[in-house]
Design a protein around this ligand. Structure first.
Ligand code: PEP
Ligand code: MN
Length: 272
């Protein structure tokens, strides 16, 4: 037996479908989540939401409790940002996802969003994993900065063991000796983890590369590799973003990306 059980194909062979409003992770459709790194203002988020929705995204991302490397960087709008996310969802019909970092942010997020995100920096936070597990809300679990596949699946096991099997895994690049990209996108683990686990696996090419010029080719590669979805940073004015502007696609760039993804999805028996 593997060290992880409930998330393993040894215990459950059929693929788990995770439903978040109209989005279904793990089915035929490649679920595209798009939106800014952080909710910065009502204008910024509503502009991003309407454009990504028109282009074919089914979920909206936006951080309001940011786990920034520096304490001097923008830390997010907190509850005010969650209210803006809820308004954007009402306006566009998009389901929403935001990162939670502790019990207080979790309790607030539960009132406003459709899916919770556990960030790479919190993948090892077992008490937070248990809390989101007990919440029952769908969870996107990012791979830790230097986590092995086994450690990542054991983190997912914490959530499922706490009673929540609505877990989607997200490969977001790992830390290696190579610094020419922000992280190293470990794409080969997508089909590998899909074999080891019944949970859906999506890819975050924005944090994996750190460079918007690499986001388009790596999004295509992820869909070709069989990813169950993508989470992409998209900003109406990336050059003015308070967070991760360099890796954010403009709304026009996101428009151009989507038709190509649909074509690639079709070649691997999926729709996007
Ligand atoms: C994010 O998606 O906003 C984020 C902080 O990503 P990660 O946790 O993968 O660094
Ligand atoms: Mn970001």
């Amino acid at each position: 037996m593997k060290s992880y059980r409930l998330v393993s194909r040894e215990v459950k062979n059929e693929k788990t479908l995770v439903r978040v409003k109209d989005a279904v992770f793990g089915g035929r459709k490649v679920v595209v989540i798009a939106g800014p790194c952080a909710v910065e203002s009502r204008e910024q988020l509503l502009a991003a939401a309407s454009r990504v929705s028109q282009a074919g995204a089914v979920m909206l991302r936006g951080g309001t409790f940011k786990t920034r490397t520096s304490p001097y960087s923008f830390q997010g709008l907190g509850e005010e940002g969650l209210k803006i996310l809820a308004e954007a969802s009402l306006e566009t019909g998009l389901a929403t996802i935001t990162e939670v970092v502790d019990q207080a942010s979790l309790e607030l997020a539960l009132e406003y969003v459709d899916m919770l995100q556990i960030g790479a920096r919190n993948m090892h936070n077992s008490s937070l994993l248990c809390m989101v597990g007990r919440s029952g809300k769908p969870v996107l679990l990012k791979r830790g900065l230097s986590a092995t596949v086994e450690e990542w699946l054991l983190a997912a096991e914490y959530i499922v063991a706490a009673g929540n099997d609505n877990v989607v895994l997200c490969e977001r690049g790992i830390r290696t000796f190579e610094h020419v990209t922000r992280n190293t996108l470990d794409l080969s683990i997508v089909p590998l983890v899909q074999e080891l686990s019944h949970l859906p696996v999506i890819v975050d090419p924005s944090h994996a590369t750190g460079d918007r010029h690499l986001v388009v080719p790596m999004s295509r590669a992820a869909v070709a590799a069989g990813a169950d979805g993508l989470i992409l940073e998209v900003h109406p004015q990336p050059e003015r973003a308070l967070c991760d502007g360099f890796q954010s696609l403009s709304t026009d760039e996101f428009d151009c990306l989507m038709p190509g993804l649909r074509a690639i999805a079709a070649t691997v028996g999926r729709v996007a």
